[in-house]
Write a protein that binds this ligand. Structure first.
Ligand code: AMP
Ligand code: MG
Length: 410
């Protein structure tokens, strides 16, 4: 077993994955899904010149020097509610009452808000006045949102590989896209292994522990945009492990993810099962926690075996599985967003690329980081207490207080 760097291990894994197939979904069902094609605007936005205020559409030249003590009096020749298309043209000395978002009439090039006129009746249903006094100097283009100001037909507005945010759905609706090409959701079979594991609601027995990894990993999978198919716990014997792998094959999943049972212990059967119908590598990765990592394929389905210790499983997921899910989902940027933080205390490491549980807080605009509790790989509580993983690069044994480092905000 050679010692791989984290990057080498991740690259080897990622090279085996490709985006899953695509499908077309109704717009309302495409939130958080990953766009499979670039989207080009079919229309200009705004669609037409419109008013950004409730007020009066005028010709700016009619009120260039208007002021409270020298108002300009204009004849109101039209009333333009939102949703209508004015047919009238505004001539010299004329105005039209106009509502926010309504189509600008021809001839007008400026909107005077109702607050800057003598017309103050804002109750619903009030008819437009016959005349209006303008109290404020008008400027060409004021309070008018011209057609195409935000974007123009033909512009690429959303790129393939983008995970659709709520505001993206709004923009797609503005542009008239009702069906969206997206990637399917990768399906991941999740299994735990170990004779010591009992269900969360079973009475405790001597020597047993509750299967916690499957809950944490399923939530991580779902949070990363994939579907977790929980296959349960395999006992430490060949047939039990094989049964669950066969189930995963039957379900035609995109990835089999297990925790535990992949070290070289006497009761770790995953390797034998996989090698009976595929191939598996054990890697020692130069990282902490979570040195042992298994990667292979069972009947052509990729397999990742994370360590059993809960914190190692969590870190292994973040380092290797999240980017894998993103690759399968068609997401362009892979991995979590890193933030730059400043060590608030000296942080020691052992020279492996380390992902230490930490706590980040902000002070005067600077993100300060310290360790959260003891770093044993079974101590999930210190992960719960912290809010970040602090990343200490390989080769670094000490980060002095005041030095900057990268972290993942959790
Ligand atoms: P193993 O890789 O099987 O040697 O397991 C390493 C450690 O992780 C042992 O202490 C296991 O009891 C623990 N462990 C394994 N699977 C789970 C699980 N599903 N939930 C919680 N702890 C686990
Ligand atoms: Mg075990």
């Amino acid at each position: 077993m050679s010692l791989l760097s984290v990057d080498e291990a991740r690259e080897r894994i990622l090279s085996q994955f490709h985006p899953v197939k695509t499908e077309t979904l109704p717009l309302a069902e495409s939130s958080n899904r990953v766009l499979a094609e670039d989207v080009r605007a079919a229309d200009d936005l705004p669609l037409f010149d419109n008013s950004s205020m409730d007020g009066f559409a005028i010709r700016a030249e009619d009120a260039l020097n208007a002021a409270p003590d020298s108002p300009r009096r204009l004849r109101v020749v039209a009333d333009i509610p939102a949703g209508t298309s004015p047919t009238i043209s505004i001539g010299p000395g004329e105005a039209a009452r106009i509502m926010t978002g309504a189509h600008m009439p021809q001839g007008a090039d400026s909107v005077t808000p109702v607050e800057d006129t003598d017309f103050h009746d804002r109750s619903a249903g009030t008819a437009a006045p016959e005349e209006v006094q303008i109290f404020k100097a008008a400027k060409t283009g004021a309070n008018v949102r011209p057609r195409g100001m935000d974007l123009q037909a033909g512009d690429v507005v959303l790129q393939a590989g983008r995970q659709l945010k709520p505001q993206d759905l709004g923009l797609l609706a503005m542009l008239g896209f009702s069906r969206i090409p997206v990637h399917k959701i990768p399906r991941i079979a999740l299994l735990s292994s170990g004779d010591e594991l009992i269900p969360v609601d079973a009475p405790l027995e001597k020597g047993k522990i509750r299967d916690s990894n499957s809950y944490m990993l399923a939530a991580l999978i779902e949070g990363a945009g994939a579907e977790a198919i929980r296959l349960g716990v395999a006992k430490d014997n060949f047939d039990a492990v094989k049964t669950l792998f066969e189930k995963a094959v039957y379900l035609r999943v995109d990835l089999i993810l297990s925790s535990a049972g992949v070290s070289v212990g006497a009761f770790d059967y995953a390797k034998e099962v996989i090698e009976s119908n595929g191939s598996m590598d054990f890697w020692r990765v130069n990282m902490r926690p979570g040195k042992p990592l298994a990667f292979g394929q069972y009947r052509e389905i990729p397999f990742i075996g994370l360590p059993g210790n809960p914190v190692s499983a969590f870190v292994g997921f973040e380092v290797f599985v999240r980017p894998t899910i993103q690759r399968m989902s068609g997401v362009l940027s892979e991995g979590r967003q890193k933030v730059r933080v400043r060590a608030e205390e000296q942080i020691n490491s052992d020279g492996r690329e380390s992902y230490l549980r930490g706590e980040i807080r902000e002070e005067n605009g600077i993100l300060l980081a310290r360790l959260s509790g003891h770093q044993g790989s079974g101590n999930l509580h210190s992960l719960v207490q912290g809010n970040a993983l602090l990343i200490i690069p390989a080769g670094v044994k000490c980060v002095p207080a005041g030095q900057e480092l990268y972290a993942w905000y959790l």
